[in-house]
Each structure stands twice: as structure tokens, then as C-alpha cells.
Design a protein around this ligand. Structure first.
Ligand SMILES: Nc1ncnc2c1ncn2[C@@H]1O[C@H](COP(=O)(O)OP(=O)(O)OP(=O)(O)O)[C@@H](O)[C@H]1O
Ligand SMILES: [Mg+2]
Length: 388
């Protein structure tokens, strides 16, 4: 999926000799650094680069040769995905101590156009080097080479066998069961809540979308791609001013209009993804009739309280989901999509709401499947045709 960006592309100075370097931004002023603070007037918690210094030893530094070996020379049969920033390959690496089973990894090789690719690569390393949460992808290490033939920037992640949420939601050969969808919503919300509220600094993720929600062997979600993440505002500030970057169809309207990035911009985007999960449709689908091309405009015609709401539910789960749970998710999505950013819920409120939806669904399904059900209970189950 294409990103939109107003970043200027800067030419990198390639070094004479090939060298592997530690991740740092070179030739850039502090104000250009995506990780630099926008305000220093108040005594503030440590910044991400400061926190990273303490933890950098946890990341492994790979040579290009190691990663070439891991991916059979970046063979295209090993390629598992491609995004705006580069290609992703499946590979295997040896454990650090040399013993034990090989480790399956995903290697992302960035298209480094000048310093821009380097900037995202660096942000990814510093953010992922600092965070630790079951719903965030684990970065194992990185590779950086500045050679006569250009610069190489790579990232090595734990491999996620079920790839991304996008691969399942919009792929006709895959159907995510309703229950799995709810669990994915909750896990992704927990990852985002941790970024917003669980660290010394607030982190604005900025690139929440279904292709960045990766799925492990049990379909547990993990957020990936921190290249566009930013430290949130500190002190009295309410926003961070940035160039507008992100992905069409996902970004909050006030952010697109003003470039003012807030924690609430992520919450809007979370609402967009909730609707993608409910409907199985992309945020923009050009091949649909005009009234259905923009997901958010289309779903407005089917309010969660109305009887027509069920018409927008992904046909692949119809007859196999809980309408009342879906309506609650629809209402939650609408609150995230409030035009007034201040009225959007916080991520921890979103997490609580989703936990409640899941609990209610569980209770409803366990009472529906009681073995000693009477005929009247059976009738009520029949009436609720959209059960979990
Ligand atoms: N750790 C991983 N394990 C397994 N597959 C992965 C992993 N990381 C990425 N992928 C796959 O590679 C695809 C491309 O990822 P990438 O982050 O480069 O681009 P994207 O998210 O699709 O788009 P964009 O560049 O606009 O963010 C993902 O959609 C996913 O299918
Ligand atoms: Mg991605």
C-alpha cells in the first residue's frame, strides 16, 4: 500500500570505505531528527534515544553477508512482502552462540533514497529497541552498510507465520473467524495503549493499518513498522508539528489539515481499522460503486443502532457472529472517529470496551450451548442467528 509523504528527499554522502555503523543520524540537525524533542522547557522524562542507549546491547548487529546467507542472496522466492519502504524476505539465522536450531526471521531491506530511508530505519531501531510488549513485533537486530555502491539498511524481526491482518481481511481465500477478529482488535488496542500510556514517554505510532498488524502462529496480533512513530508532546503541548505522512484513508482529518500530530490521531486510525475488520473492506476501494468507495462514507449509511447495520458485516462471517457485539464495536469505532479529537476515547478505554464485548460474547455463547437447554432456550438461540 502506498504512503503519502511530504518529506523532502535528501542525498546521502556515501563514505569512501565500506563500514558498518551504529544506528545514529548523521549530517542532520537536531530539529530534523524524528526522535528529537519538540519542547525542552519543562523537566521531562528521558527521550527515546536516551532510553535506547541503555538497551541497544539487546539488538544484534548483522553483517550484510549474514543476511545474504539467511535469505539465499535475497532470492525472490524468499520474498514475503513489499511495502513503501522496501522488501521483506523470510530467512533463517544462526543463534548467537552458534548452537541450537536456526531461527526463522523476517528481513526487511529498505529502499534507501538518500537519508529518508535511513531516518525511518533509525526510528524503527530506536523505538523497537526500547519497547517490550506481547502485542508489538520483536526486532532482533539490524544491518547498516555504507559502501561505494550505496547504503544498505536492513532490519531483522521475529518471523510472524500468519503474516499481516491485511493479508487475511482482503484475501478471498482466507476467512478470519469472528472470535479471532475480536481478539485481534483487543490485542492491537493493547499494543497501542502501551505505546500511548505504558512508557516513560508517550509514543504516537502514526502508521496504524491492517498491513502493520502482524499475526503470530496463534493469530495473536503484533504491531510493526515504527519508522513513522514520534515521541508525543511533552509539558503543556498538545501536539507535535510534523510533515503529514501516513497512508491514504487512515489519517485523522485534523492531522491531514494542520500537520498537528496527537495521540488522538492514532485513535481515529484505530476506528478506521475496526471498520475494516467488521466489513472485510479496505478503507478505499476504487473498484466499487462511487457511494461505496470510501469505507467511512459508506458505513455512515448503516448506523450501529439501525437494523441495516448487519448489511455491512463481512459476508464471510455472516451467520457466524454476534450482531450485538458487532454493534458495540461499531459504536466504539464511531467514538474513535469523532471529528472532535478531544471527544475520542483513550486507548485504555478502548481496551476496556473491547474486553467487555468479548466477555459478553463468551457469556452469550456459553449460555447458548448449554447441553441441558430447553426448547424455549433453543428458540432464542435460533432467533439470534448471528451468534458467536
Ligand atoms: N516480521 C514479519 N513476519 C512475517 N511477515 C512480515 C513481517 N514483516 C512484514 N511482513 C510481511 O511483509 C509485508 C510488507 O511489509 P511492509 O511493512 O514492508 O509494508 P506494508 O506494511 O505492507 O506497507 P507500508 O510500507 O506502506 O507500511 C507485510 O504486509 C507482511 O505481509
Ligand atoms: Mg508494514
Amino acid at each position: 500500500m502506498k504512503c503519502f509523504s511530504m518529506f523532502s528527499k535528501e542525498k546521502s554522502k556515501s563514505k569512501k570505505r565500506e563500514s558498518r555503523s551504529a544506528p545514529e543520524l548523521r549530517n542532520q540537525s537536531k530539529s530534523d531528527n524524528p526522535l528529537s524533542r519538540t519542547t525542552r522547557s519543562m523537566p521531562s522524562p528521558r527521550s527515546i534515544p536516551e532510553m535506547y542507549k541503555e538497551k541497544e546491547h539487546n539488538l544484534r548487529v548483522f553483517s550484510l553477508e549474514e543476511l545474504k546467507d539467511a535469505t539465499n542472496g535475497f532470492n525472490r522466492t524468499f520474498k514475503i512482502g513489499e511495502g513503501g519502504f522496501g522488501s521483506v524476505y523470510k530467512g533463517t539465522i544462526r543463534p548467537l552462540n552458534g548452537g541450537g536450531d536456526p531461527i526463522v526471521v523476517a528481513v526487511k531491506r529498505l529502499n534507501t533514497h538518500g537519508l529518508q530511508g535511513h531516518k525511518e530505519w533509525l526510528a524503527e531501531i530506536q523505538f523497537l529497541g526500547v519497547v517490550s510488549h506481547p502485542n508489538l513485533v520483536k526486532l532482533l537486530g539490524y544491518c547498516s552498510v555504507d559502501g561505494e555502491r550505496g547504503i544498505q539498511r536492513l532490519l531483522v524481526y521475529e518471523f510472524m507465520p500468519n503474516r499481516s491482518l491485511e493479508n487475511h481481511l482482503f484475501n478471498t481465500t482466507s476467512t478470519l473467524p469472528w472470535r479471532t477478529r475480536l481478539e485481534i482488535m483487543l490485542g492491537a488496542a493493547q499494543g497501542l495503549a502501551y505505546l500511548h500510556q505504558g512508557l516513560e514517554v508517550k509514543v504516537i505510532y502514526r502508521d496504524f493499518k491492517s498491513s502493520n498488524v502482524l499475526l503470530d502462529e496463534n493469530f495473536r496480533p503484533k504491531l510493526s513498522d515504527f519508522g513513522l512513530a514520534r515521541e508525543g508532546p511533552t509539558g503543556d503541548r498538545t501536539h507535535v508539528s510534523t510533515a503529514v505522512v501516513g497512508t491514504y484513508g487512515y489519517a485523522a482529518p485534523e492531522y491531514v489539515e494542520t500537520g498537528h500530530l496527537t495521540i488522538q490521531s492514532d485513535i481515529w486510525t484505530f476506528g478506521v481499522v475496526l471498520y475494516e475488520i467488521l466489513t472485510g473492506r479496505r478503507t478505499i476501494e476504487r473498484n466499487r460503486p462511487t457511494s461505496e468507495q470510501k469505507l467511512l462514507d459508506w458505513v455512515k449509511q448503516f448506523p450501529p443502532d439501525s437494523r441495516r447495520f448487519s448489511m455491512i458485516i463481512d459476508p464471510r462471517v455472516r451467520g457466524n457472529y454476534s450482531l450485538s457485539a458487532a454493534q458495540k464495536v461499531g459504536k466504539l469505532a464511531n467514538s474513535c472517529l469523532n471529528k472532535n479529537a478531544k471527544e475520542r476515547p483513550t486507548m485504555s478505554q478502548v481496551v476496556e470496551s473491547l474486553k467487555q464485548v468479548i466477555q459478553e460474547s463468551e457469556e452469550a455463547s456459553s449460555s447458548a450451548y448449554k447441553p441441558a437447554s430447553t426448547s424455549s432456550t433453543r428458540k432464542s438461540v435460533g432467533r439470534r442467528s448471528n451468534k458467536v
